[in-house]
Write a protein that binds this ligand. Structure first.
Ligand SMILES: Cc1cc2nc3c(=O)[nH]c(=O)nc-3n(C[C@H](O)[C@H](O)[C@H](O)COP(=O)(O)OP(=O)(O)OC[C@H]3O[C@@H](n4cnc5c(N)ncnc54)[C@H](O)[C@@H]3O)c2cc1C
Length: 201
């Protein structure tokens, strides 16, 4: 039953209270609407259906999130593959350690799954099919998997992986926010489970 309005920045009663820095380097803003009046033609969509246009946008946005996650995970994997044979500890390259091999194999496998899931969802959207379940699946799976992959890459780079001289902390912080933005993973998993169980709780 919500209605959405476009509110111009200079509308009386539209107040930006403060800028809040986020961990990924971006910022969000606290706003307050105080007797803020807008003409009826600023209504977005139809009355009581304000969530509908947002929902359409969120579908595409979550596909974007999945694609960004794949790109960031691939970058981390490329860095692991390049670095592991170069770094020798205790007489052996990191690439010969089973844990490191597992990180690399696991990353490649999960990236492969992420790509196929995302292509499948995009194809179904193009076909005009209901993809609410797939969208929730790819949003939570891809952001969580990419975060793990980047974390393993940071671990593999040791102290160097903790510096701001490498891009990994940027990827990690970005992915950390993406596990919350556009709906936390737990909410998307809840959507999938409710759909499968046929319940509303
Ligand atoms: C800068 C910014 C931009 C954002 N942009 C968007 C956007 O464009 N679109 C969008 O949809 N969201 C966006 N979000 C996310 C959204 O605003 C909320 O932050 C998010 O939906 C979580 O709600 P909340 O912060 O009130 O946390 P809460 O609702 O208090 O939840 C806190 C935590 O509790 C857990 N939790 C809550 N409910 C459940 C449940 N039912 N089952 C299991 N666990 C649960 C989750 O782990 C969750 O992270 C954005 C957030 C920020 C900070």
């Amino acid at each position: 039953g919500m209605s959405a309005f476009l509110v111009d920045r200079d509308t009386p009663g539209f107040n930006v209270l403060r800028k809040i820095p986020m961990i990924d380097g971006t910022a969000t803003y606290e706003i307050a609407l105080d007797d803020c009046r807008v003409p009826g033609w600023k209504l977005l969509g139809t009355r009581g259906q304000g969530f509908l246009p947002m929902q359409v946008r969120l579908g595409t946005r979550r596909i974007e999130m999945a694609s960004w996650s794949i790109g960031m995970a691939q970058r981390a994997l490329d860095m692991m593959i390049e670095y592991a044979p170069q770094r020798v500890t205790f007489g052996k390259p990191l690439s010969s350690r089973q844990t490191v091999q597992n990180w690399i194999a696991d990353a490649a496998t999960r990236i492969h799954a992420m790509r196929l899931m995302t292509y499948d969802c995009a194809w179904k959207i193009d076909e005009g099919r209901d993809t609410r379940q797939e969208i929730s699946m790819i949003k939570s799976y891809c952001t969580e998997a990419a975060y793990d992959i980047v974390d393993h890459a940071m671990q593999m780079f040791g102290g160097m992986g903790m510096t701001r001289e490498m891009p990994l902390y940027l990827l990690s912080n970005k992915l950390r926010t993406m596990r919350i933005y556009d709906g936390p993973s737990e909410i998307h998993n809840w959507v999938v489970a409710r759909d499968l169980l046929g319940t509303r709780e």
